[in-house]
Design a protein around this ligand. Sequence first.
Ligand SMILES: Cc1ncc(COP(=O)(O)O)c(C=O)c1O
Length: 339
Amino acid sequence: MIDLRSDTVTRPTPGMRQAAFEVEVGDDVYGEDPSVLKLEETAARLLGKEAALFVTSGTQGNQIAALTHCQPGDEVLLEANAHLFLYEGASMSALAGVQPRTIEGDRGAMDPNKVRAAVRPDDIHFPETGLICVENTHNKAGGAVVSLGNMQAIYEVARENGIPVHLDGARLFNAVTASGVSAKQYASQADTVQFCLSKGLGAPVGSIITGSASFIARARKWRKRLGGGLRQVGVIAEPGYIALTQMVDRLADDHDNARLLADSVNQIAGLRVECPVETNIVLVNVEGAGMTAEQFLDELKKEGILAVPFGTHTVRFVTHFDVSREDIKEAIDHMRKII
Ligand SMILES: Cc1ncc(COP(=O)(O)O)c(C=O)c1O
C-alpha cells in the first residue's frame, strides 16, 4: 500500500524504536521523566516561550489550551474551516463550555479587520471574546502557510482587546520549512502554540503546548484532570525528542514530493489540483473525471493507493516520511490507469 491518507501514518524510525527501548524513565506526574523534561525544555527554547507541556495529541493540546485560556460561556474566534472547529468533535464546546464563532478566511488566513469586527463589545447580552485561534499550516486549505504578516496583524487586534491568541501549529514545522520563517517568529505572534510531533516529524505519539510558565502550570493541571498525566512516558517522549531535533530538515522532501504529485496530477485530463501546493498536502478535484471522491478513492484502493475524501469531489493526499519519490511516481501511474 502507498498510504497518502495523512502524515500521521508515519511509523517510528529505527532510531526512535531503539531510543524507546533504551531510555531511562521516571514518573512524569512527579516531574521525574528525564526525556519529558528534555523535550519540554527544548520545545520551549525553540519556540521562544517560557515553558512547554508534552500532551498525547494535537486535539488534547488544543483542548487544554481552550480550557486554560477560557471560562465557560466565552466565545472563541476561529477560521471557518479550522481543524478545531471541524474535526475535534465540538470538544471546545463540550469540554471548555465555549461558543465557537467562525470567520471565513482566504486560504486559511482570517482578515484582521473581520477579526476586529467580531470581537464582542462590553454588553450584558453578549459572551466575552475569550480566545482567538489561528491555524498554521492550514489543513483544510490544503496545507496553506498563513503569513507571518497576517499573524502579526491578528495578534495586534488581540492585544488591543486583551484577548489571548492560540496557534494550532499541528504542522508548524511545515510552515517553517516552506517559508523560512522560524518557529520562534511564528510563536511570537501567539500566546500559546500547539504543535504535533506525530505528523510529518514522524514520532509515534505526542504533541507539545508552549506558553508562559504560569499558563503551562495551569495547563498541566488541566492535562491531569483530563487523565493525560502519564507515568514512565519517556518511552514516547524520547522518540518525540528525536522527531523535534532530527526530523525537521527532511520535511522539505515531503514538500518536493507533494509538488511532484501536484504537477503530475495536473497533466492528467479530468483531474485538477484545487489550490497551490505550499507544503505536504495536495487537494485534487476529480469531478472532471466524472467521479465522486469516494468512487475515485475506491478505484485507488484497488490499485493499492490510499487517500481520504475532503469534499464531494475533492480527495486529499498527504506526503510524508513513509512515502518515497518512487511511491509518488507509482501512485501517479495508477491514477493515469484509473482515468
Ligand atoms: C491542524 C490540525 N490541528 C490539530 C490536529 C489534531 O491532531 P491529533 O490528530 O494529534 O489529535 C490535526 C490533525 O490532523 C490537524 O491537522
